[in-house]
Design a protein around this ligand. Structure first.
Ligand code: NAD
Length: 494
């Protein structure tokens, strides 16, 4: 079978889930957008039409917010923590029952190789399970106060939460934000990305099958400047969770500020892995490459910078080159190392960055698989000996491009690692225990991994950035604080 034979599977997959991709999910019902317009999704592996989706407009966002408000005043707003947990557990099980279909939808829609899409579907189930278990374990506290008083705190939902997600990891990002918001008892309005939204719709269908009350989760696909902008400026929203670019994040934050709505921003990154001379290079090697090329480098926490101490620089570089040269690029359904980029536009952006590296030493590239077709493919590219202030070492490329930067000592490694406007993830490879602690403390990042690297991985681990990588934390138990507000009660009883 050639790489593209399965690419028209989408109709069969949608039929299995039983929803119409041109509809929004509002108030527990699939319905066409009010003015009936649609957008066209493309399959990134073939650059051919995939299917049409709804072009939600501000009026559809109004309807979704109204449905969420009704849900908060009726069934969903009265659900106990135990009931919410059980619903999420059922939803997690339904996701697990549909891992294969979800993975295929995501592979067709996002272009990620099937094994990565499968891992994302399993992560979505895991978020449901984690937040199912957490729903009835988060609580307020009693507070020592004046004689004759009892004081305590209540942890309450914000009310209506807006979720604006990008195209690169729809299932994981929906799992971590919608999962935590539902566990806390919020009603959600989700605006998936216009480039890829099929698994968001499938998730809504599964939520409905799990018994989630009408209006607790509403999904309105559409353009950022239309549906996204309407959601972030909507006066009926009580919290916004945004994942995407820095440029859009600042727009969302200022739109929400008009209604004094709190915002969580999960933005970009330029994450570094720092390899010292005493590191276990065998253990490091797969992490160094995979964390850069996973999802074709379209990962906020991709490790796009590899800092290598001079004592092992040459030997490790040779091994990196060897690994890079074996990377196979092709159709997502062929399940190779690297799939296509999401769009022709993203391919142009990444290709122009590679061109801007013409003054650098390009030491290795991956290979296009036979029969790859006409998708938005960019070969993984490794640059070595890169000055830390070069544009390729400073800006987020969001493609399968890594730069290797040599360093002499710990101080220099820290200065380079911390020397970008971002601070999402970092890792350190060293066998020196003291250095592990020093580096973990000094690195400016929301997550630091020692002798491993989790590109956003770990459902249990709080995740988020500093600097231009954003603010607020999702994932883990910490997310439940973000998706709730605290009320203090003081009772005078004499
Ligand atoms: P983007 O900002 O263009 O789009 C993200 C979402 O915002 C989409 O749903 C889009 O429709 C919506 N949007 C666009 N304009 C809007 C507006 N004016 N108002 C409201 N919403 C609007 O980002 P992208 O290019 O799709 O995604 C890539 C970026 O996302 C990268 O910078 C990447 O680092 C970042 N990202 C961050 C994380 C994280 O967790 N930190 C995860 C994934 C991606």
């Amino acid at each position: 079978m050639n790489d593209t034979d399965q690419s028209n599977n989408v109709d069969a997959l949608l039929a299995k889930f039983g929803f119409d991709s041109t509809h929004c999910f509002i108030g527990g019902v699939w319905q066409a957008p009010l003015d009936g317009e649609t957008l066209q999704l493309l399959n990134p592996s073939t650059a051919e039409n995939l299917c049409a989706i709804a072009r939600g407009k501000p009026s559809d966002i109004d309807a979704a917010v109204a449905a969420a408000q009704t849900a908060m005043q009726t069934g969903w707003g009265r659900a106990t923590a135990l009931q919410r947990g059980r619903l999420l557990m059922r939803l997690g099980q339904l996701v697990l029952d549909h891992v294969e279909e979800l993975a295929q939808l995501e592979a067709l829609d996002v272009g990620k190789p099937l094994k990565q899409a499968r891992a994302d579907a399993i992560a979505l189930a895991r978020y449901c399970e984690f937040y199912a278990g957490a729903a009835d374990k988060i609580h307020g506290e009693t507070l020592p106060y004046l004689e004759g008083y009892t004081a305590y705190t209540l942890r309450e939902p914000h009310g209506i939460t807006g979720h604006i997600v990008p195209w690169n990891y729809p299932m994981q990002i929906i799992g971590r934000s919608v999962g935590a918001a539902l566990a806390m008892g919020n009603a959600c309005v989700l605006k998936p990305a216009e480039e890829a939204c099929l698994t968001a719709l499938a998730f809504a269908e599964l939520a409905s099958q799990a018994g989630l009350p009408a209006g607790a989760l509403n999904v309105v696909p559409g353009l950022g400047a239309e549906a996204g902008s309407a959601l972030s400026s909507h006066p009926g929203i009580n919290h916004i969770s945004f994942t995407g670019s820095v440029a859009t994040g600042t727009l969302v934050q200022s739109a929400a500020s008009a209604s004094v709505v709190p915002v969580t921003l999960e933005l970009g990154g330029k994450s570094a892995q720092v390899v010292f001379d005493d590191a276990d290079l065998d253990a490091a090697l797969p992490f160094l490459v995979n964390a850069g090329i996973q999802n074709a480098g379209q990962t906020c926490s991709a490790s796009s910078r590899l800092l290598i101490q001079r004592g092992v620089y040459q030997a490790l570089l040779e091994r990196l080159v060897d690994r890079y040269s074996q990377l196979q690029v092709g159709n997502a359904l062929a399940d190779l190392d690297v799939g296509p980029l999401i769009s022709a536009k993203q391919k142009d952006i990444v290709s122009s960055y590679i061109d801007r590296g013409n003054d650098l030493e390009k030491v290795a590239m991956g290979e296009l698989h036979e029969g790859a077709g006409n998708g938005h493919f960019v070969l993984p590219t490794l640059f070595a000996g890169v000055p830390s202030d070069h544009v390729l070492a400073q800006e987020e490329i969001f493609g399968p491009v890594q730069v290797v930067i040599p360093f002499d000592d710990e101080d220099e490694a820290l200065a380079i690692a911390n020397g970008t406007p971002y601070g999402l993830v970092a890792s350190v490879w060293t066998n020196s225990g003291a250095r592990q602690f020093r580096m973990a403390k000094a690195l400016r990042a929301g997550q630091v991994f020692i002798n491993n690297y989790g590109a956003g991985g770990g459902v249990e681990l709080p995740f988020g950035g500093v600097g231009k990588s954003g603010h607020g934390r999702e994932k883990g138990f910490e997310a439940l604080y973000g998706f709730s507000t605290l009320k203090t009660v003081a009772v005078s009883h004499g």
